[in-house]
Ligand binder design. Structure first.
Ligand SMILES: C[S@@+](CC[C@H](N)C(=O)[O-])C[C@H]1O[C@@H](n2cnc3c(N)ncnc32)[C@H](O)[C@@H]1O
Length: 275
């Protein structure tokens, strides 16, 4: 997995120039985008002591977004608390695809929401919508509350659909489900930033990475409105099996790929005429 590019572009005109010493120390610590990161740390720190503390945490291996407390996603700053999955730039493609299916007033659910960035970004670009987000991890739920509140959304805690209010059954127009999809054997191969600082429950998708997606696919038709759609990110390799899972759940399934972002999204639509 390539190094994540930092949250905002280096050409940010409001950013103060980074000191060559800080850049060199970040580079020596393995930060690939050291200049950009130095600018962001400098902009975040109010005093030299604060800058030293922030840079120290980064050089100790914490994800930049956890050090800053936010990640750039779809042009917005999303709050990301310690121990919460950092939304990936690749997932902007999932939001882009979801926006094509989102009409004003739609019921949108962001299941396995992590920071809540995907649902919040979708509401910002395709709203107004009725937004609900849910996650099993209390740290993610706390973080999502901060991001989703701005969109007037609601955040629920619990295991997949069991977290949702019963009144949403059969009413969901757009179901975002960026579930964990790393095969168990490959979790150890992830970069240390993910492996050591993001929770296992956010990464590990079981033997082939599709355990959680299969559970979502099996129940989605009962929660989607007629014509409603579920969207999920997978690897390109997993897409055929993911499509079979969606079809097995009674949905019309297809995949979309964005080469530029190296992103694959599978979509499952509930047929409009099936009760
Ligand atoms: C890959 S992260 C994605 C987070 C967010 N959707 C994003 O793209 O930034 C997967 C999320 O699924 C949550 N999760 C894993 N198993 C779950 C379950 N059974 N029920 C609800 N949430 C779950 C994790 O806590 C984690 O926040």
């Amino acid at each position: 997995m390539p190094a994540r590019h930092p949250a905002v572009p280096s050409s940010d005109p409001s950013a103060p120039p980074a000191s060559p010493g800080l850049v060199a120390r970040l580079r020596a610590a393995g930060c690939v985008f050291a200049e950009d990161e130095a600018e962001l740390l400098l902009a975040a720190a109010r005093t030299p002591a604060e800058l030293a503390a922030l840079a120290g945490r980064r050089m100790a291996g914490l994800p930049l977004e956890h050090v800053l407390g936010w990640a750039g996603f779809c042009g917005h700053r999303m709050h990301v608390g310690p121990g919460v999955f950092v939304p990936r730039r690749r997932s902007e493609f999932l939001v882009h695809e979801a926006a094509r299916h989102t009409r004003p007033g739609a019921v949108v659910v962001d299941l396995c929401c992590g920071s809540g960035a995907l649902g919040a970004a979708l509401a910002a670009c395709a709203g107004p919508v009725e937004l609900h987000a849910a996650d099993i991890d209390p740290a993610a739920v706390r973080c999502a509350r901060a991001n989703v509140a701005a969109a007037g959304g609601h955040v629920h805690e619990g295991d997949l659909f069991a977290a949702l209010p019963e009144e949403l059954r059969g009413r969901i127009d757009v179901l975002l489900a960026n579930v964990p999809y790393v095969p168990t054997q490959e979790v150890g191969l992830l970069p240390p930033e993910a492996r050591d600082h993001e929770p296992r429950v956010a990464l590990d998708g079981g033997a082939d990475g599709l355990d959680v997606l299969r559970r979502v696919a099996g129940a989605a038709a009962r929660w989607l409105a007629p014509g409603g759609v579920v969207l999920s990110e997978t690897s390109e390799r997993q897409a055929p099996a993911a499509l079979r899972a969606l079809t097995g759940g009674g949905l019309h399934a297809r995949a979309e790929r964005c080469a530029e972002r190296a992103a694959t999204v599978v979509l499952g639509t509930r047929p409009a005429d099936v009760p």
